[in-house]
Design a protein around this ligand. Structure first.
Ligand code: AP5
Length: 215
């Protein structure tokens, strides 16, 4: 059986940071659709070529691109497995489609965790984010700095700022979250699967709350 836990929250809420930390501790698999798409863009695959302009503008990539990625991922994942979905679903159509794709591959969406944090904290987190272009590790200049400034602890590559972390693009991503993604909260609330997690603490505190919520 495959068990899917959906991570919900605004851009910068810390979904990726918490999902990666708890996955490393529990043996779950962290599935970030943003990371998969950035990899597809970097490799110039057909999905990447289609996604690039939407991502750079802070909009959502067309649903069909995501459905192909998720269907392939579920088909290629052997049982048993726990999957942390970070970034999918991102609108109500995707949420309904996930139930369909999960059922077709013998998987269940067991819960959806909403990482709750103030807008002020989101802006602070996104503004200071640095990422490793080689291995995907994430950092923050103040909250989660690397041991050597500008250098990835895990693989030694030079850290970069994501192209969609420019102030105008951040503002657009937050608008898209409010209009398209926030309704997904109601989808899981109605299904009795929503769990709210206070994500205002340190990365370690948030990971501990998430681990408790998924255990
Ligand atoms: P994606 O990569 O999913 O971006 P996002 O949802 O905007 O989320 P972020 O990665 O910005 O934030 P996060 O919550 O993971 O925060 P993080 O842990 O990094 O998607 C990018 C794009 O891809 C989308 O805009 C869209 O175009 C496309 N896309 C992806 N999925 C799609 C879909 N399903 N449909 C259509 N399009 C799709 O943390 C942020 C910063 O804060 C880091 O610096 C971190 O170190 C720091 N931090 C984390 N936790 C804490 C803490 N507790 N205290 C202090 N700092 C913290």
């Amino acid at each position: 059986m495959k068990n899917i836990v959906v991570f919900l929250g605004a851009p910068g809420a810390g979904k990726g940071t918490a999902a990666a930390a708890v996955a490393a501790r529990t043996g779950a698999r962290h599935v970030s659709t943003g990371a998969m798409l950035r990899d597809a863009v970097a490799r110039g695959t057909p999905a990447g070529l289609e996604a690039k302009s939407y991502m750079e503008a802070g909009g959502l990539v067309p649903d069909e691109v995501l459905y192909r990625m998720i269907a392939e991922l579920l088909a290629a994942t052997p049982d048993p497995a726990t999957l942390f979905f970070d970034g999918f679903p991102r609108n109500e159509a995707q949420a309904a489609k996930l139930d369909e794709l999960a059922a077709a591959s013998g998987a269940t969406v067991s819960s959806a965790l909403l990482l709750d944090v103030s807008r002020e904290a989101l802006l602070e987190r996104l503004g200071g984010r640095r990422v490793c272009p080689k291995c995907g590790a994430g950092y923050h200049v103040k909250a989660l700095p690397p041991k050597v400034e500008g250098v990835c602890d895990a693989c030694g590559a030079a850290l970069v700022t994501r192209v969609d972390d420019q102030p105008a693009t951040i503002a657009r991503r937050l608008e898209v979250y409010e209009s398209a993604t926030a309704p997904v909260i109601g989808f899981y609330e109605k299904a009795g699967k929503l769990r709210r997690v206070d994500a205002s603490g340190t990365a370690e505190e948030v990971a501990a709350l998430v681990e408790k919520a998924v255990s």
